[in-house]
Design a protein around this ligand. Structure first.
Ligand SMILES: CC(C)(COP(=O)(O)OP(=O)(O)OC[C@H]1O[C@@H](n2cnc3c(N)ncnc32)[C@H](O)[C@@H]1OP(=O)(O)O)[C@@H](O)C(=O)NCCC(=O)NCCS
Length: 146
């Protein structure tokens, strides 16, 4: 059974390894290490048999959460882990006082968009050529009623 907890410094290596498998422009171990110290940041980790298989993080400021990461181990996708993970992240940011949540996502990322729509986020606009690796636009999504 998957369990969730907050990220600590000890997780930085494993999270950075998973990040490499999940993103075209990955954050480094040092970036995640910094996030643990970042007072605005909330990160949750999903573990199966003591192995990190998912993580998600957001910055919370002035009642607004901005999602930085949502990722699930590639071989374990499509089984509901992303849904549990994002639910845990929303719980964590609400505990910090967030009343709205926003993020950017690639229009080609159908699975992620579906996941976010299931949590009430709606596409409200685009940032042109936002992603530096392929110049893809970003969809901006919001849920203002957490
Ligand atoms: C996005 C991501 C976290 C989803 O994780 P997951 O464990 O596959 O999510 P779930 O299994 O809970 O599925 C969530 C929803 O997406 C749908 N979905 C999942 N994979 C899909 C796919 N390949 N195509 C279409 N829909 C898909 C599911 O059906 C589900 O919707 P439903 O409950 O209405 O049926 C995962 O794909 C991932 O890590 N992607 C790489 C990193 C990334 O792009 N993160 C988002 C950056 S903005």
């Amino acid at each position: 059974m998957i369990t969730f907890r907050r990220m600590t410094h000890d997780d930085a290596d494993a999270v950075a390894d998973l990040e490499l498998k999940c993103f075209a422009m990955p954050w480094s171990r040092a970036d995640f290490f910094r996030e643990v110290k970042n007072e605005l940041a909330e990160y949750v980790i999903g573990e199966l048999d003591k192995k990190i298989v998912a993580y998600a993080g957001a910055w919370v400021s002035f009642e607004q959460a901005e999602v930085m990461h949502v990722a699930v181990e590639p071989e374990l996708r499509g089984q509901g882990i992303g849904t549990l993970l994002f639910g845990e992240l929303i719980k964590a940011v609400k505990e910090r006082g967030a009343k709205s949540i926003t993020l950017e996502v690639r229009p080609s990322n159908i699975a992620a968009i579906k996941l976010y729509e299931n949590f009430g986020l709606k596409s409200v606009g685009r940032r042109k050529n936002y992603y530096r690796d392929n110049d893809e636009d970003a969809l901006i999504m919001w849920n203002t009623k957490l």
